[in-house]
Design a protein around this ligand. Sequence first.
Ligand code: SAM
Length: 249
Amino acid sequence: MGGPDLRSQLKNLPRLWGKADLTPAQVHYLKKVLRLRLGDPVILLDGQGGAFRGLWQGETLTELVALDHPATEPPRPIWLAVGVLKGEAMDWLIQKATELGVTTLQPLTTQYTQLTPSPHKQQRWQQIAQEACEQCERLFLPTILPVCSVARVTCPHRNFIAVARENSRPLATALGTYPPQPVGVWIGPEGGWGPLEQDELSQKGAEPVSLGPRILRAETAVCSALALVNSWLEGEASASGKEGLTDLR
Ligand code: SAM
């Protein structure tokens, strides 16, 4: 992106004639966490596709200028559903899924995961996603949906359900039979999918796929599946010279 490397993702920043007022939390972040001095430059990502350079002046940013930014979004939306994992594994998963371009993440309760995360988890996960966006220079924040039971969730895209220990065709093979398009990926919890869940998802049109002969941890399965999806989607973008998100989510 060029310019100073101080970066802060301030969502829904109001902008008026090159100037933006900051909330007390934003001022605290710039002053106490980034330890800026008045007049220091900051790069702002507004989480909705905008990148701006501005000067920090205490409670305002001045001289805001829109920046060009290389396209960092996947060419098509990537929707990921995953059984809620215990402890830090879920934080790690959210960080990596954000880096790998997920546009929507649906945490699931399933037959073998009855974890009901506390309400502040949702906020924490969104914060982790925001920090991951800053680190990997994504301009759009992924949406992290509230935890929901697998039976109540549907995804409007072409869906693939990762199933261990079955003779399903590999995800890479399955993807290759379709033109690149918005995609939904379903990864089970540590205990795997319950028998009825797998049937229900198949009936809703999700195709069972394999991620190889080894039994991967759920967070490894997420990374493996997303790497394949990225390669499928980006292959199309580089072949056609197209860059960035082409479909609205
Ligand atoms: N407890 C399950 C078992 O022993 O069969 C394994 C669950 S695995 C740790 C968690 C999730 O990762 C699975 O539900 C599946 O979605 C995905 N997964 C892991 N390895 C996979 C593989 N080789 N192929 C497809 N999916 C896999």
